[in-house]
Design a protein around this ligand. Structure first.
Ligand code: ZN
Length: 189
């Protein structure tokens, strides 16, 4: 697993909030999330589930601060996570792969997940820039994403949300644009 790919742990946790798909719905769903990442597996408890929910909120907050241009806040939040959840690096050479670095070989399950997610995000930001972090602008969606476009033009988490927003913009007028009253230009008449 290369370091930046640990950032996938972030999106996987933050965006899956639909009840049917939520890996933090209960202990069984959390266990299933961790099973696909053998290095993160282990028995989980109710406390771990609470810790994962806190982690989800903390990771989302990094994206929200970055998306509204508050770089200081985003970085401070991420640095706090890095301090709270230090990585435990180990060289590993399983499954015929060459020696490679695992970051998350020690601590509780949420600690390992948090350490991997925060480190992945930190590597991503230092490689590609904080302005790559975005929050979907479609109504009713709050998914986060990494903008990989050359001109940082991505506004939505998915084609689906992008299509939905275009329809709202060019089809039915949105509420602000539809209401001609209460406009300051018409004041004093
Ligand atoms: Zn979306």
């Amino acid at each position: 697993m290369d370091l930046a790919s640990y950032a996938d742990l972030v999106v996987e946790l933050v965006n899956r909030t639909e009840p049917a798909d939520d890996p933090l719905r209960d202990l069984d769903s959390l266990q299933r999330l961790l099973e696909i990442r053998p290095h993160l597996g282990g028995r989980v408890t109710r406390r771990d589930l609470d810790a994962m929910r806190d982690l989800r909120g903390a990771l989302r907050a990094v994206f929200e601060s970055a998306a509204r241009g508050d770089a200081d806040d985003a970085i401070e939040r991420l640095n706090t996570l890095l301090i709270q959840h230090p990585v435990h690096p180990q060289l590993s050479g399983h499954d015929g792969q060459g020696w490679h670095l695992h970051l998350t070989e020690g601590g509780s399950v949420p600690d390992r997940y948090a350490a991997g997610a925060a480190m992945g995000l930190a590597v991503k930001i230092s490689d590609e820039g904080l302005d790559r972090l975005g929050v979907c602008r479609a109504d009713g969606c709050a998914n986060v994403f990494f903008d990989t476009t050359a001109n940082l033009s991505r506004r939505h988490c998915s084609e689906r949300c992008s299509g939905r927003s275009n329809m709202a913009a060019y089809g039915a007028p949105s509420r602000e644009n539809a209401d001609p009253g209460n406009d300051s230009r018409e004041g004093g008449q």
